[in-house]
Design a protein around this ligand. Structure first.
Ligand SMILES: [Zn+2]
Length: 381
């Protein structure tokens, strides 16, 4: 439970944020269902509907909810219940990418509830890969169809908005999700002559579309990179050295689709590892459901995240994602200072400044850093 004193201090500040916050109402507001959270549950109340940005904003100012979400679906009667009475019209396609699903080694050091720069950079790369390696080339979506929002804490939400997508049913959504996570890929299919005596081993070329091209390009990137990257794909060190020495010859082979030059022992383990390195980690079933489940509610862009006080910032374009720094660009409470009592807090960076490490200290910090520590439950008032 978040301390009642903390809730009392933060609520008027959240309310004030919503008086002037950048536009947050989704397109076609009147067809969306809304849900709001408290400090314990991200969605504690749902089945709300609003006619306009103005009435939605009034609700946010009056109630200062720590979390605000909306349906990626459009409904005829968004506040009706049960769900089937809402009358589904269609739904955006969404992907929820969360850095904890990447299971980086640093997470063991700082714990699942904390997040460091490495996690934030890795999930940004993953988001870029989803868009640039999958959604645009493989599904043919255009940049204009794709919206990226920072989640406000540990990841990004990618929305695909176009009328073709709205009509997709749950099965079609699952297929898309399976494709990007590499589920059900038969590696054999990319090597049609595998096991045929006397035949040249034909394999995918880097220019191939879909997964074949991705596999060929991933191997070339790995070979061109550091020798140390090969063991992570299940290749032992001495063979990694051999591969590195024959690099130019092997790459020429892959480029022309002649895989006889690529003689890899433990092939299936190797390829499974290559595959794993390029699939998009949507993590556990919950996040796959985000894509599949049309009734899902997702964070409203430009609203606050109640575990950090950061803004679930709308990113203006795919290229702007590269420069986006959440611990700077998503800061809400730029003005003012607050006194807090810290517990044990690992160092972190916000707005280019280092905070901590702290160990049971009374400190005066900028309001945004106070919000961050209070909501991460590593400080009190
Ligand atoms: Zn980390």
């Amino acid at each position: 439970m978040l301390d009642a004193k903390v809730v009392k201090a933060l609520t008027p500040l959240i309310s004030r944020y919503y008086e002037t916050a950048d536009a947050f109402a989704p397109a076609e507001t009147e067809k969306r269902e809304f849900g709001f959270g408290d400090y314990e549950k991200k969605i504690a109340f749902r089945h709300y509907a609003f006619k306009s940005e103005k009435s939605l904003r009034k609700y946010m100012v009056d109630n200062a909810p720590p979390f605000a979400s909306y349906s990626t679906a459009f409904y005829q009667y968004p506040d009706a219940r049960p769900m089937e009475n809402k009358k589904l019209i269609g739904a955006e396609l969404i992907f929820d990418l969360d850095s904890t699903d990447l299971k980086l080694p640093c997470q063991q050091e700082h714990g699942r509830d904390w997040i460091c720069e490495k996690d934030l950079n890795a999930i940004k790369r993953e988001t870029t890969r989803l868009v640039e390696d999958f959604l645009i080339p493989d599904f043919g979506f255009s940049e204009n169809d794709i919206r990226i929002n920072f989640s406000g804490n540990r990841g990004y939400h990618v929305h695909v908005n176009n009328s073709d997508v709205y009509a997709l049913d749950g099965d079609a959504r699952k297929e898309i999700s399976d494709y990007i996570s590499g589920t059900g890929i038969e590696l054999q299919a990319f090597f049609p002559t595998l096991g045929l005596k006397g035949a040249k081993l034909e394999g995918p070329k880097p220019a191939d579309s879909g997964w074949g091209g991705k596999l060929a390009r991933a191997l070339i990137t790995t070979l061109n990179g550091d020798e140390n990257a090969l063991p992570s794909l299940g290749i032992d060190e001495s063979f990694a050295r051999t591969l590195s020495k024959k690099r130019a010859d092997i790459i020429f082979g892959i480029t022309t689709g002649n895989w006889d030059r690529v003689n890899i022992p433990k092939k299936s383990e190797f390829w499974a590892n290559v595959l794993k390195s390029i699939t998009i980690k949507q993590g556990d079933s919950i996040d796959k459901n985000v894509t599949k489940d049309m009734h899902h509610l997702i964070r409203m862009p430009n609203t606050l995240h109640g575990d950090t006080g950061l803004i679930a910032r709308k990113i203006s374009s795919i290229s702007a994602l590269e420069r986006f720094d959440p611990m700077k660009d998503a800061i809400a409470f730029k003005e003012g200072l607050m006194n807090i009592k810290t517990g044990r807090v690992q160092k972190f960076f916000m707005d280019g400044m280092q905070f901590g490490p702290y160990e049971n200290e009374s400190v005066e910090v900028p309001l945004y850093a106070a919000f961050y520590m209070l909501l991460k439950r590593v400080a009190t008032l």
